[in-house]
Design a protein around this ligand. Structure first.
Ligand code: SF4
Length: 197
């Protein structure tokens, strides 16, 4: 059994926060164990909670389109969330829930060891770019300990606000170039080395 499958079995039993009482299914994430790119969204919604899979509702369909436009198949990349169980009525995740769920995402990242982590929306952005505003940093990347961190709007936000659609499409198209540069060891002009930490 793969390391990720073993981890999913553990996550399925998790009762570390109150969302375990209201979920239908845990949504651990999906994608190859050796994915180069790991996308991190916010939390499962209604469709995801029913199917146990991330990004399968309208925002997920849009994410699939964005990936295809950048030359990726959904099965090329890993897709997960900050929170693995749906908050009731799609409310925002609460700080204690994010903190209780952090260990699962940490372990996923450790197993997958991606070359690039893409944050979708403000909750995953806050993990890697604390105190920053998404409207200012979307489409920019930092390199930290050999990993490129890249911030994007959440596809659901772009679905509801047409003005963000162009921005999210343009940002997604930067990813192949960033990946190519990490492969060659070149630092793209889209990336700054992070010396703040
Ligand atoms: S949201 Fe995370 S911490 Fe809370 S019960 Fe689900 S898996 Fe566990």
């Amino acid at each position: 059994m793969s390391s990720l499958t073993l981890l999913y079995n553990e996550i399925a039993q998790c009762e570390k926060c109150g969302l375990s009482k209201t979920r239908t299914m845990v949504v651990p994430g999906e994608g190859p164990e050796d994915a180069d790119v790991l996308f991190i969204g916010e939390a499962p919604g209604w469709h995801e909670d029913k199917q146990g899979r991330p990004f399968v509702g309208p925002a997920g369909k849009f994410l699939d389109e964005l990936l295809a436009a950048a030359g990726f198949k959904r099965t090329d990349v890993y897709i997960g969330n900050v929170i693995k169980c749906r908050p009731p009525n799609n409310r925002d995740p609460l700080p204690p829930e994010i903190s209780a769920c952090k260990q699962w995402l940490d372990r996923q990242i450790e197993i997958i060891s991606p070359r690039m982590i893409v944050t979708l929306g403000r909750y995953s952005m806050a993990r890697y770019f604390p105190g920053k505003s998404i409207s200012r940093i979307h489409g920019t990347a930092v390199k930290r300990d050999g990993i490129i961190y890249f911030a994007m709007y959440h596809p659901a936000a772009a679905l509801h606000q047409f003005s963000l659609r162009k921005a999210i499409e343009e940002d997604m198209r930067k990813i192949p170039r960033l990946l190519e540069d990490t492969a060659t060891g070149r630092i793209s002009d889209l990336v700054r080395e992070d010396r703040e930490r």
